[in-house]
Design a binder for this molecule. Structure first.
Ligand code: PLP
Length: 396
């Protein structure tokens, strides 16, 4: 980052922690007093609370969201010789999780409006080896559970949700994490529910999957010093679970705040649609938990995405790109054999998307500043005979 003063950061975690700081410190102190740092009481309490809140049965805390995917797939008995379908348009950890489980990743394109996995493309990718599909509830919007369940039923596939960006998201009457056999969550600090470091969890309604996951995160042990399989060391720290347990009751309120912010962005950016600036579509209404608020700067826009981002940076407004390079074009994975042009919608989105500041506590006037700055960055490149676009103000 340059030295320019940031007036509106991309995320601000202090805003959510300072009002409950005493409570959080108390939770940490209680763990210090108990001394049960590994697999302690706050961990089992948080596992039960998060599973219940998400509408499912079991939670198994692990060291990260990536581990929740890798070990979670193994817990579902998915591995060598199995094909797993996932979107090319996701954070690279989804792909890494599949590879670490030993399965073969089969990437498919996304829907250009929602940026979510395209189930028609997924249907075409099915072979006799296909065992599972990983819908990624990207940006906080769930892939339609109704369509997913139909799809999985038709092709006899296991659903493994990547819900790392979708804590307590809802759609079709389902909560994220309760649609498939199992679901992976991340508690990376800036996720909708974040720890004070790394953390993750597998949710499942299947007792066998949960039991296997409990072993896999703890060296494959079914009881102390008795190892029925080869696992690893990947436990969610009791301290992190204590923090998360304390934060969980605030999550619905924080998610509502994100939705309100998104609605204001939607309203104020609506006049810019004609200039080629549009939000990624929300097709799930109030169940979207807006981990990220993402706009697309399409070809018809007179400013390049880069110009707009640079102008916002110059005005002290931080933005992000999630993600600039789709999984199949990452140098690490060229050996999988994919090429430029394989997933045109994902490739186009990677060039067009821009994530705007989004966090509970972002104020209405800050949102206005962001949208006005975007409008200015578009209108400064207008031709002289075009009038500048006004935004967010009915009077203008
Ligand atoms: C954050 C994230 C992950 C990985 O979680 P970590 O806790 O960072 O390992 C996986 N998938 C998606 C979609 C994510 O956003």
């Amino acid at each position: 980052m340059n030295q320019m003063t940031v007036r509106i950061p991309f995320v601000d975690l202090k805003l959510q922690h300072l009002p409950i700081q005493t409570q959080l410190q108390q939770a940490i102190n209680t763990t210090l007093e108990r001394g049960d740092f590994i697999l302690g009481r706050a961990l089992s309490d948080f596992e039960a609370a998060f599973a219940t809140a998400s509408g499912t049965k079991f939670g198994v805390g692990v060291a990260s969201g990536t581990d929740a995917i890798a070990l979670g797939l193994q817990a579902c008995n998915i591995g060598y010789g199995d094909e797993v379908i996932l979107p090319a348009n996701t954070f690279v950890a989804t792909l890494i999780g599949v590879l670490r489980a030993g399965a073969k990743p089969i990437l498919v394109d996304c829907d250009p409006q929602t940026a979510l996995i395209d189930l028609e493309a997924a249907a075409k990718a099915i072979t006799p080896q296909t065992k599972a599909i990983i819908p990624v509830h990207l940006y906080g919007q769930m892939v339609s559970p109704r369509q997913l369940l139909d799809f999985a039923d038709t092709y006899k596939l296991l659903i493994f949700e990547d819900a790392a960006q979708a804590h307590l998201a809802e759609r079709d009457g389902y909560r994220a994490g309760s649609v498939g056999t199992a679901a992976a969550f991340s508690f990376y600090p800036s996720k909708n529910l974040g720890a004070f470091g790394d953390g993750g969890m597998l949710l499942t309604r299947d007792a066998d999957v949960a039991q296997k996951m409990v072993r896999l995160r703890n060296y494959g042990a079914s009881q102390k010093y008795f190892h029925v399989e080869s696992g690893t060391n990947s436990r969610l720290d009791t301290l992190q679970a204590a923090v998360l347990l304390e934060k969980l009751p605030y999550l619905p309120e924080w998610n509502r705040d994100r939705l309100t912010i998104a609605q204001q962005y939607d309203d104020e950016l609506a006049p810019l649609a004609a200039s080629g600036i549009m939000p990624v579509q929300n097709q799930s209404g109030s169940g979207h938990v807006y981990h990220l608020y993402v706009i697309k700067v399409n070809e018809s826009c007179m400013s390049e995405r880069q110009q707009i981002q640079d102008k916002l940076t110059a005005e002290g407004i931080q933005t992000g790109i999630h993600y600039p390079i789709p999984c199949h074009l990452q140098p690490a994975f060229t050996y999988l054999g994919y090429q430029q042009g394989d997933f045109p919608h994902s490739e186009k989105l990677a060039k067009e998307i821009l994530s705007l500041p989004m966090y509970p506590g972002l104020s209405s006037s800050q949102i206005k500043e962001v949208t006005l700055a975007i409008a200015r960055s578009v209108s400064t490149t207008l031709h002289p005979n075009q009038s500048p676009v006004s935004v967010g103000s009915k009077a203008a």
